[in-house]
Design a protein around this ligand. Structure first.
Ligand SMILES: [Zn+2]
Length: 368
């Protein structure tokens, strides 16, 4: 094998592996970049490799195949969601009509006289990447430690990442509508600046001070059972109306509210008949967490900000999307595989198509 040194490790989680996929070999003072699917032993038969080299090559190829090639489980997954109505016209007058080339169940709708499959009307209708790759993306999104690195490394092409995020946001839209906090409930507001590009300036060109229109107000609620919610209330300071919209439907009547001196909270206290425990957060500054009565909500605000900070410069129109992702991360189930399964299931049960063209506003070709 001469002096070529392999600078890669294979016994790592797929997420880590992916970031190392751009393996380089060093030899003759040159750095050579390999194609994603290649190994440094391209021309050599597997039988001539050392056992360790063969192990690395085989693992690398199997992971590459897993990420990029058709996956036989696709059809089983889609067929697991039998349809009882047409996703286009809503007609229940439908009949099964065999299978497509990949083994996915086909249906025919007598309502609109069109065929469809369980994929129709879901984010998977226009498939740019195989299902396992999207699943792998979800696993990365929901494993807490990897966000920051994930946001920094543009590991997939620049156009793919925002598109996949947009798909995820559309699947998660409304996921916090059913959340209900109960028992002892902590609430607070936290603020996050809009990106410099989107900031509104005063006539003299300077940024307004304080809790201006350039601050996104986020309502955060936590309860004693480890549930928490994250709702974009709008821009600038909170108000009674904003507090009602954020928390009104998401706290059980008669719960016990633990909060700071924010007067806007009075709205939900009276609406929902809450018992209340108020604290002056200024007097609690510097108090250790185990003595600070507002610690549960402070902690989630801190973690949320760390999360938002790892995705710098996002468009303000996407804030609720990021909050929904954080909601999934912060709430049960705890394991990222269970979270990914929950989101895949939601994608099939709450169909929302997001086509590549619509996302990028590309004019369709006139052919067809
Ligand atoms: Zn139809």
């Amino acid at each position: 094998m001469g002096g070529g040194v392999l600078v890669d490790v294979v016994v790592l989680a797929p997420a880590v592996l992916a970031s190392r996929r751009e393996t380089t070999t060093m030899g003759k003072n040159e750095r050579r970049r390999l194609a994603a699917s290649a190994t440094p032993w391209g021309g050599i038969g597997d039988d001539k490799l050392e056992p360790a080299q063969r192990m690395v090559a085989e693992s690398h190829r199997s992971i590459y195949a897993f990420r990029h090639e058709k996956f036989e489980g696709d059809a089983d997954f889609f067929n697991g969601y039998a349809r009882d109505a047409c996703p286009r016209c809503g007609s229940q007058d439908i009949a099964k009509r065999g299978f497509d080339s990949r083994g996915v169940q086909r249906y025919f709708s007598s309502g609109c006289r069109h065929g469809f499959t369980p994929q129709t009307g879901t984010i998977f209708e226009d498939r740019k990447l195989p299902l396992p790759a999207w699943t792998d993306y979800l696993l990365q999104v929901f494993s807490y430690d990897s966000f920051a690195s994930m946001a920094r490394e543009a590991r997939r092409s620049d156009t793919t990442r925002p598109y996949w995020n947009a798909k995820l946001f559309s699947v998660l839209e409304g996921i916090q509508d059913d959340a209900v906090l109960s028992g002892r409930v902590w609430v607070d507001e936290t603020y996050w600046p809009v990106s410099a590009k989107e900031a509104v300036r005063r006539p003299d060109g300077k940024l307004p001070r304080g809790l201006s229109v350039n601050q996104m107000c986020i309502g955060v609620g936590v309860d004693g059972d480890g549930r928490s919610i994250y709702i974009h209330e709008g821009f600038g300071k909170t108000s009674k109306a904003k507090t009602r919209l954020a928390f009104g439907g998401r706290i059980e009547r008669g719960s016990e509210l633990v909060h700071d001196m924010e007067g806007a909270h009075d709205a939900i206290v009276s609406d929902l008949g809450l018992k209340r425990e108020r604290h002056n957060s200024k007097l609690l500054k510097g108090m250790p967490d185990d003595q600070n009565p507002l610690a549960p909500v402070n902690r989630m605000c801190f973690l949320l900000k760390r999360f938002l900070g790892s995705h710098s410069g996002f468009k303000r129109s996407n804030i609720q999307g990021y909050l929904d992702v954080f909601y999934v991360i912060a709430n049960p189930p705890g394991n990222e595989m269970e979270k990914a399964a929950l989101v895949l299931d939601r994608a099939m049960r709450c169909p929302k198509t997001l086509r590549f063209r619509e996302f990028y506003n590309v004019k369709p070709h006139v052919s067809r």
